[in-house]
Ligand binder design. Structure first.
Ligand SMILES: Nc1ncnc2c1ncn2[C@@H]1O[C@H](COP(=O)(O)OP(=O)(O)OP(=O)(O)O)[C@@H](O)[C@H]1O
Ligand SMILES: [Mg+2]
Length: 362
């Protein structure tokens, strides 16, 4: 494909010299000469332009203006400034303004090499830009997929909880009634201890079924975030024997249900990690609304770990927190060092469409 070069030049003579020089150097581009902004815009609209060579001194225009026009149409296009005057300041200013090269008309023989070099540099710029765009696109897809998975998981859990409630819960309640009736009718004293033990087993099955239902369908979706986290903390303390206190700076948070569920799931994962990895004796969990962010902080006094190790062996837990936070327009951070406990922060805007306040870089 021949190169299409747009030449911004008022002098017909200089234009011919330029074309002749290019062809002497073995380049036979197709060239178009224009003299002003309208000419440039028309040329860009008519055909593909691979590079712009612009005279510096134009009657109605100068190279800074033509550079601006070219870059506004195609940010990566190579632009070479041709100048009749030898000025270092002008050369530097042109390069700062985004020109790829600066060639003196008295040294026109440089133009072919400058053009080839600039085309290569522009190609690299384009590739880099495309790579960044492709990366951003695939990240966006990943976020969307994660969000989708999270909500699908939440739906699935809700459905299972409902089944347990309706089927197993119903059957257990019916069994309890039947057992009471049986106890009344059976007179045999030897049977009573067995009936009592059945009754106890039944009671623990009811408790287990409630526990499973709660874990699957967090009370957060019914009772609100604060009671749900209180319930989670209480259960964690009882089952793990680790002391835990929970504080919230409000009784109620105005928060979208999926965001409340995300905070709850992160608290669940942070507590699971403490049980699995931390060897802690005390956990401090806080929920607070500040500005346009709701933040969960879970702090333990365990043996901590080196967060750099997450690069080597990433778990799904911590990664999931980061991914969730990003997907919801917030941020998450796990800070820890060996011997000094671990703190998990997870902060999101409570309602859709309210971006979190940008954090200052640390
Ligand atoms: N509270 C903590 N105390 C000490 N180490 C922790 C704590 N939380 C996380 N870690 C460390 O960080 C690692 C990554 O945690 P992450 O939750 O991502 O993965 P995991 O718990 O190992 O596996 P899973 O994918 O099941 O969550 C853990 O393996 C552990 O070494
Ligand atoms: Mg984990």
């Amino acid at each position: 494909m021949p190169l299409n070069i747009l030449v911004v030049e008022d002098s017909e003579l200089d234009y011919e010299l330029l074309v002749a020089t290019l062809s002497r150097e073995g380049l036979r581009p197709s060239t178009t000469r224009v003299e002003d902004e309208t000419g440039m815009r028309d040329a860009f609209a008519k055909a593909r332009v691979d590079a712009v060579i612009t005279d510096h001194n134009l009657p109605r225009f100068d190279s800074f203006a033509s550079l601006k026009v070219a870059k506004s149409i195609d940010a990566d296009i190579p632009v070479i400034v041709l100048s009749g005057e030898m000025s270092e300041d002008l050369a530097v200013a042109s390069l700062h303004a985004g020109a790829d090269d600066f060639v003196l008309k008295t040294r026109m023989f440089r133009i072919a090499a400058a053009l080839q070099q600039s085309l290569k540099a522009a190609g690299a710029r384009r590739d880099a830009r495309n790579a960044v765009a492709a990366l951003a696109q695939s990240e966006a897809k990943l976020h969307a997929l994660t969000q989708h998975l999270e909500s699908a998981k939440e739906d699935e859990r809700r459905a299972i909880a409902q089944e347990i409630h309706d089927d197993i819960g119903g059957a257990l309640t019916a069994l309890k009634f039947e057992l009471v009736r049986l106890k009344r009718t059976v007179r045999d004293a030897g049977a009573q201890p067995h009936l009592d033990s059945i009754s106890q087993l039944l009671e623990s099955a009811v408790v287990a079924s409630h526990r499973i239902q709660h874990a699957l369908r967090p009370a957060v979706l019914d009772a609100g975030l604060v009671p749900a986290l209180e319930w989670l903390a209480r259960g964690f303390g009882e089952r793990s024997g680790i002391q835990i206190d929970f504080q919230a700076n409000r009784d109620e948070f105005e928060i979208a249900p999926d965001r409340a569920a995300a905070l709850y799931r992160v608290a669940q994962e942070a507590l699971t990690n403490i049980r699995k990895h931390a060897n802690a004796t005390h956990v401090h969990m806080q929920l607070f609304a500040l500005g346009n962010e709701v933040t969960l902080e879970v702090q333990d006094d365990g043996h901590g770990f080196d967060p750099a190790s997450l690069q080597v062996t990433p778990g799904f837990g911590v990664n999931g927190m980061m991914e969730r936070a990003r997907g919801l327009g917030g941020w998450s951070e796990v800070s820890s060092s060996p011997g000094r406990g671990t703190t998990v922060m997870f902060s999101i805007p409570p309602l859709l469409g309210q971006p979190a306040i940008e954090r200052e870089a640390e």
